[in-house]
Design a protein around this ligand. Structure first.
Ligand SMILES: *[C@@H]1O[C@H](CO)[C@@H](O)[C@H](O)[C@H]1NC(C)=O
Length: 240
C-alpha cells in the first residue's frame, strides 16, 4: 500500500461510527422481547451534542412506542441488550453488537417518574446505577465486555430503592473520535420500569441531562490510544 493510501485508510478507520442500539431489556436473564417496554431509536446514529435534549433518551424513536411497563424488584439484575441494528439481533455480524475496534464505557442510570410511559423526558433527575469503564488489570473496556457478552450489559437495580415508576437509561459511549469535542459518540435508549422496593429506602443524589456531561467533564474529550486508566463521565454510582 502506498503511504498516502495507508494514511487515508487510517483516517477512514478512525472516523468509523460504532453504531449500536439498546433495544430490549432482560430481567434476571429473561428477555422481555425486542422493543417491549423501551423507546427504541429508529436509527443507530450516535448522539454527539451534549447540549441537546437528544442526549436524554435519544431521538427519532420508532413508533408505535411500547406502552408496556416492565415490572422489576429492587435487587434484580437488569440487562440492556445492545445490537448493531435498531431491529435487534439479525444474525452473525462481526460488528454486532458494536464494532470491536470502537472502545468506550457502558453506563446505566435511573430516573423516578410519575408515569414510565410519559412522553416527557426533560427535567428528570438521574442517578447512576452501574458502569464499566476501562478495567486497569484486564485492559478491557465496557465496550469489550459488551462485545464478549453478545450485547448484554447487566446491572443491579439498587436493593434500597423506593418503589415507583422509573426510566432506565443505558448508554454505550464510543471514544475513537473523542480527542476533541464534539467527537465522543453516545448511544442510549430509555426503558420503562415499575420497581417494587423496600418500605425503608435511600434517596440517591441526582444529575440532569443535558448537563451531567460537558466537553470539560472527565472522560468526554479523551484520546484513548494507549491509555491505561480512564475516568467514566457522570456522577458516582449510587450505592445502598
Ligand atoms: C443475552 O441475553 C439474552 C436474554 O437474556 C440471552 O438469551 C442471551 O443468551 C444472552 N447472550 C449472551 C451471549 O449471554
Amino acid at each position: 500500500m502506498q503511504p498516502t493510501a495507508l494514511l487515508s485508510f487510517v483516517l477512514l478507520a478512525g472516523s468509523a461510527a460504532s453504531k449500536t442500539v439498546f433495544s430490549a431489556v432482560s430481567v434476571n436473564g429473561l428477555s422481555q422481547g425486542h422493543g417491549v417496554g423501551i423507546r427504541v431509536p429508529s436509527t443507530n446514529a450516535p448522539i454527539t451534542d451534549l447540549t441537546s435534549n437528544d442526549i436524554i433518551c435519544n431521538t427519532g424513536i420508532s413508533t408505535p412506542v411500547s406502552q408496556t411497563v416492565i415490572p422489576v424488584k429492587a435487587g434484580d439484575a437488569i440487562t440492556a441488550q445492545f445490537h448493531k441494528s435498531p431491529l435487534g439481533y439479525l444474525g452473525p455480524d462481526p460488528s454486532d453488537p458494536i464494532d470491536p475496534t470502537n472502545k468506550g464505557p457502558v453506563i446505566a442510570y435511573l430516573a423516578k417518574v410519575p408515569s414510565a410511559t410519559q412522553t416527557t423526558v426533560t427535567g428528570l433527575q438521574w442517578f447512576k446505577i452501574g458502569q464499566n469503564g476501562l478495567n486497569p488489570t484486564t485492559h478491557q473496556w465496557g465496550s469489550d465486555l459488551l462485545f464478549a457478552n453478545g450485547g448484554n450489559a447487566t446491572f443491579t437495580v439498587p436493593s434500597c430503592l423506593e418503589s415507583g415508576q422509573y426510566l432506565f437509561r443505558a448508554e454505550a459511549i464510543a471514544l475513537q473520535n473523542a480527542a476533541s469535542y464534539p467527537g465522543a459518540q453516545f448511544y442510549m435508549s430509555c426503558a420503562q420500569l415499575s420497581i417494587s422496593g423496600p418500605t425503608s429506602f435511600k434517596t440517591p443524589a441526582t444529575v440532569s441531562f443535558p448537563g451531567a456531561y460537558t466537553p470539560s467533564s472527565p472522560g468526554i474529550v479523551s484520546n484513548i490510544v494507549g491509555v491505561t486508566s480512564y475516568t467514566v463521565p457522570g456522577p458516582d454510582v449510587f450505592t445502598c
